[in-house]
Write a protein that binds this ligand. Structure first.
Ligand code: 13P
Length: 251
């Protein structure tokens, strides 16, 4: 009942010309995979160019971040309205934003509420660091991030939310979580936290993605888990491998 969602987070990769080329490589095959919601999230610099290539492909477009204010003196930022002009999705609270750019549960929450107001689907990232994982703090950290990040979201909007569980120790390391570990965090921590916020029935409708070293080889193991509703893919989304991952989600 939850449509699988596979999103590619291109991070700070690809010029506009390279972004166009990558869409040419991926677009046709992705278009043919109809059972899965597919999204690409290029750097903001390339959003307009990519938007112009996605018409009629059924591939969604997302930004990797945005500010919560609609306009003003915020040098270097882009606003929800600017994102909404070209995109349907926005990644919020990625661990790299938290780690390198000072994002907190509070700033993530402001952005989530701004996405709701703008009619954007937020892909809200949560996940523990290696130190927190080793200290056995995964459940406490992820529970806190979900509750604080999604506080104040309307129950009517909540089913549109997407949560991405990305353990920081699995991002870009080639050391993916096991399918079983992802399932246990999704089932025992994230979905119950969503139920606390929005009620059990709404929580069942919200998609929870796994992210962190997802590949064409290991994707099927994640998608076989009942509470893994798709993937947020970094490195492998820059290659034709992303098509294989989307195909695995369709099975
Ligand atoms: P990798 O797939 O490169 O590990 O990155 C995951 C990620 O951070 C997606 O947002």
């Amino acid at each position: 009942m939850r449509t699988p969602l596979v999103a590619g987070n291109w991070k700070m990769n690809k010029t506009v010309a390279e972004a166009r080329e990558l869409i040419m490589v991926l677009g046709g095959d992705l278009k043919s995979i109809t059972e899965v919601e597919k999204v690409v999230c290029p750097p903001s610099m390339s959003l307009v160019a990519v938007a112009n290539l996605l018409g009629g492909t059924g591939i969604g477009l997302g930004a990797q971040n945005m500010h919560w204010e609609e306009k003003g003196a915020f040098t270097g930022e882009i606003s929800p309205g600017m994102v909404r002009e070209f995109c349907q999705y926005v990644i919020l609270g990625h661990s790299e934003r938290r780690q390198y750019f000072g994002e907190t549960d509070q700033s993530v929450n402001k952005k989530v509420l701004a996405a709701q107001a703008a009619g954007l689907v937020p892909i809200v990232c949560v996940g523990e660091t290696l130190a927190q994982y080793e200290a056995g703090e995964t459940a406490a950290v992820v529970h806190r991030q979900v509750l604080a990040g999604l506080q104040g979201v309307d129950a009517a909007f909540a089913p549109k939310l997407v949560v991405a569980y990305e353990p920081v120790w699995a991002i870009g390391t080639g050391k993916a979580s096991s399918g079983e570990n992802a399932e246990s965090v999704h089932r025992d921590v994230i979905r119950p936290a969503l139920a606390e916020l929005f009620g059990a029935q709404t929580a069942e409708a919200i998609r929870i993605l796994y992210g962190g070293s997802v590949t064409g080889v290991n994707a099927a193991e994640f998608f076989a888990q009942p509470n893994v509703d798709g993937a947020l893919v970094g490195g492998a989304s820059l290659k034709p491998e992303f098509i294989e991952i989307a195909r695995a989600a369709a099975r």
